[in-house]
Structures are given as structure tokens and as C-alpha cells.
Design a protein around this ligand. Structure first.
Ligand SMILES: [Zn+2]
Length: 463
């Protein structure tokens, strides 16, 4: 039931006739009406529940499907989708001066934001980057031409990556060389205005594990004491458990080294920790390396023309790296890595099903910005990989909308099509409950109540 005073009819838009899948466990509503008023959903239901009476602004979406806008819960605005954004992978300053790449990202964040909205992604969570990323939310707070944004800022890590520490102002990592240093890094993140601390907890050498655990716990306490939230990159079962015990509310990747055990599943479910599978990012790196090793431009999966020309030019000219490629990067190395990527994916698939079956909170994330994990369209393949792993489309829709909002701390504001939520939703021409590939058929994107035709957001026309 919904009540609407006549005074707001004038500003309302009515989407009429679609099947609405609202991002919750509710059954789809056929031939539904959604009323959008002042950027929010003011009614959703049958034509009888949400009556249209005399107003003009009716959008006919008969025969189409409406879902909440997609949420990519793991991206990096300071990475490009190619190797130029990750000099720690292949260092090639002669071809890709990192400072130039990074400054271009800072100067033009709209480049990626457009790719996201174009692909049907209405909210993005940057889980690690320079301090400037934490200002984007504020900068674009009143724009309905970009997705809703959250960014955590620099990663706290025991690893040093000189190639990515650009200068004193633009850097991506904060140290945790001792307990005191770890706690000071937490404070630095807090001062930047971020409400979330991300720890890049790469698997430590065996003899360092205990002391790094202690620093992880100290970070967890510091985060809790300052009222912030902890999220962690930990892909080994042992470190992932330590992360949750230290207070992590989100694991930004799958555990991929071994099968999840009952202790992990209990920790994850009891502590309501979001588990973001990122099934394909490793394979993207492998394809990127292979492309360079073999001098072979690989096909780009961009069905709706959402990738900008400069990115396409970079990706399709791997030969630019041929004179500077490292010696280890051979065809044989690439084929070995393709095989190991396949093994790793099957472990991640198995673990994803375990988390799902245990009732864990799963949120879709791509790790976009990494080589060949492209800002925007990479979400389609990620959702399809979740489907291939054995998840049902109806669950993947929830994981890619409602749960993404939850992972961003935005459940009360967006992520579902419910009265009072921000009007972020998609019009698809195919049924996503039959096959998650239907998100490739996105035709219209409503962001904060503003209607965009997908083709208007594209960088290129796709016939
Ligand atoms: Zn990442």
C-alpha cells in the first residue's frame, strides 16, 4: 500500500508494465508500476497498488524486466584495466610512465564512472587507492550522471611496492612495520575522511605469520576504537580467519588456497562478514600477461560500448611492451599460468558454493582496474562466472544489488527497489531470472531518478 499526496504527482515518473525483480527474496511482480518521486521510489507494486491518475510522465516498459542497479563492491579508480596501472606486474616506465597514468586517473575520474553507469552499475566501492579517491564521493554527491561512490583510501600493508608509491601526496600504501606503525596508519586513513580501513594482508612468509597476526589484531582494535570499519584482502584460509577474528566486516576476495572449513564458515556467518568472490581477476591478469608474452591482442568483452577508446588502444597494442618485457614472461610461462588459473578458479567456485550453502553474505565484486578486468563491463562475466559456479540467477541478482549495498554500508539507502530507496534501477530486455547473461541486454539506466538511455552513455555505438 502506498499513499501519495496530489502535490507531488507533477514531479513523479511512472514506469509501467515491466516485470519487477526488486533485489529481495520477494516474488517478481508482473506488469508492475514503479513511481519515482524526487529521485526516490515512492511506490512499487501492481498497477492497482500504484495507480496512475492523470499525470503525464509515463514510461512504457511493457515486456521488459526491471532490477535494482548493479553494485560493484570491489573496484580501483586508480587502475586502468591494463598493465600501465600496475607497474608492480610488469614495470615498463619507458612505455607507461606510472606518474602520467596515475595523474590522468586523478584528473579524469569520470572516464571510469561513465563506463560503470553505461554498464548498468549504479554504485561502486573502491577498496584501495590514493587519498584522492576518498574525495570522489563528495565531489559527485549531487550528480545523477555517475554511480554512487564509496572509497576507502590507501591500503595498510606489510608489503612495500615502490613502483606504486608515486610521491608524498599520491600513494596507495600505508605501512604496518610494527604495531605502533600499524595503529598510526589506521589514524591516517581516519584523518582522510574514510570510514573504512582496508588491509592488504598478503600471505606472509611462514616465520612472519605470528607477528603479522598481532599487527592485524592491533589494527582491528584501532579501527573499532575509532568507530570505523575493517575490510581485508586475505586469500589464504589461515589469514582470512585471522582477519575475521580481528573484526573484518568484508573479505574482498575468495579464499583460494584450500577448501573452506567449518570454523571459517561459522566465523563468516556469525560475524555477518561480506564475502566478495572476485572469481575472474586472477584470470584477467593471466590473460594480460599472455597477451604481452605472445604479442597477441585479445578480444574485449564490451557488449555495450562502455570502454573508452584510450583503454581499448592500450589493451590492443601489447606489442608496445615487446622490447621491455621481462625475461620470465615467455609463452611457456603464460600457458602454465593459464592452467594454474583454472585450478585456482575451481577452488574458488567450490568455496563460493560453501559460503552460499552456509547462508553467508556474498557481494559481487570484480576488482575492476586490474589488467583486463575492465571498469564497467567486467561485471557481466563476473556474474556469469558465479552462475557457472552453480549459483542460481535469483541469488546472484541479490548478491549483485542488495548485498553490494550492504557491503558499502548503504542498505538503508539503495540496492533494492523498495519505497524510500534511491531510484537506481535498470530496464533489461531479457529475463535475468532465466539467465544472468540478461544484464548484457540493459537498455535504460535510472540513477537517482534520472533516466539514461544506455546508448547515450556508451563511448561507441554497438550495432
Ligand atoms: Zn582489489
Amino acid at each position: 500500500m502506498c499513499f501519495i499526496s496530489s502535490s507531488i504527482y507533477a514531479q513523479s515518473t511512472y514506469y509501467q508494465g515491466a516485470t519487477v525483480i526488486d533485489g529481495t527474496d520477494n516474488e517478481p511482480i508482473k506488469n508492475a508500476t514503479i513511481i519515482v518521486t524526487d529521485g526516490k521510489i515512492s511506490c512499487v507494486g501492481s498497477a492497482k497498488t500504484c495507480q496512475i491518475s492523470g499525470q503525464k510522465n509515463v514510461i512504457n516498459v511493457e515486456g521488459q524486466y526491471i532490477t535494482p542497479g548493479l553494485v560493484d563492491a570491489h573496484v580501483h579508480f586508480n587502475q586502468t584495466g591494463w598493465i600501465d596501472g600496475r607497474p608492480d606486474g610488469i614495470a615498463a616506465p619507458e612505455v607507461y610512465p606510472y606518474e602520467k597514468t596515475s595523474m590522468a586517473n586523478l584528473a579524469n575520474p569520470e572516464r571510469w564512472l561513465k563506463s560503470y553507469l553505461c554498464s548498468g552499475i549504479t554504485s561502486v566501492f573502491d577498496v584501495g587507492g590514493p587519498f584522492w579517491t576518498t574525495q570522489l564521493h563528495q565531489k559527485f554527491a549531487h550528480s545523477n550522471d555517475v554511480p554512487n561512490i564509496k572509497a576507502v583510501g590507501p591500503l595498510v600493508t606489510w608489503v612495500t611496492v615502490d613502483a606504486m608509491q608515486l610521491n608524498d601526496e599520491v600513494y596507495t600504501f600505508l605501512p604496518m612495520g610494527s604495531i605502533e606503525e600499524a595503529v598510526a596508519s589506521v589514524d591516517k586513513v581516519r584523518q582522510s575522511g574514510s570510514d573504512t580501513v582496508k588491509v592488504w594482508f598478503l600471505t606472509p612468509p611462514e616465520d612472519k605469520r605470528d607477528e603479522l597476526d598481532a599487527r592485524m589484531y592491533a589494527i582491528g582494535k584501532g579501527v573499532k576504537d575509532s568507530g570505523m570499519k575493517l575490510i581485508v584482502h586475505a586469500t589464504t584460509l589461515r589469514e582470512a580467519k585471522v582477519a575475521i577474528k580481528a573484526g573484518a566486516k568484508m573479505l574482498v576476495h575468495s579464499v583460494d588456497d584450500k577448501p573452506l572449513d567449518q570454523e571459517f564458515l561459522n566465523l563468516l556467518v556469525t560475524n555477518k562478514v561480506y564475502y566478495v568472490p572476485t572469481l575472474l581477476v586472477h584470470g584477467g591478469w593471466t590473460r594480460g600477461y599472455s597477451s604481452v608474452a605472445l604479442n597477441l591482442p585479445l578480444p574485449i568483452d564490451d557488449p555495450n560500448g562502455c570502454v573508452d577508446q584510450e583503454t581499448l588502444d592500450n589493451i590492443t597494442t601489447p606489442e608496445r611492451l615487446s622490447s621491455v618485457k621481462p625475461e620470465w614472461l615467455t609463452g611457456v610461462w603464460a600457458f602454465d599460468r593459464l592452467q594454474s588459473s583454472g585450478m585456482q578458479l575451481s577452488q574458488m567456485n567450490e568455496n563460493l558454493l560453501k559460503v552460499h550453502n552456509a547462508g553467508g553474505l556474498i557481494a559481487t565484486g570484480t576488482d575492476a582496474g586490474n589488467p583486463l578486468t575492465l571498469h564497467g563491463p567486467s561485471i557481466y562475466a563476473e556474474m556469469e562466472a558465479m552462475q557457472n559456479a552453480g549459483l542460481a540467477a535469483k541469488d546472484i541478482i541479490i548478491y549483485s544489488t542488495k548485498n553490494g549495498a550492504g557491503a558499502m554500508g548503504g542498505s538503508s539507502k539503495f540496492g533494492t527497489i523498495e519505497v524510500g530507496k534511491t531510484a537506481d534501477f535498470l530496464v533489461l530486455s531479457e529475463d535475468p531470472l532465466k539467465d544472468i547473461r540478461a544484464f548484457r541486454s540493459v537498455k535504460q539506466i535510472v540513477r537517482g531518478g534520472k533516466l539514461h538511455q544506455q546508448s547515450d552513455l556508451a563511448y561507441r555505438n554497438i550495432d
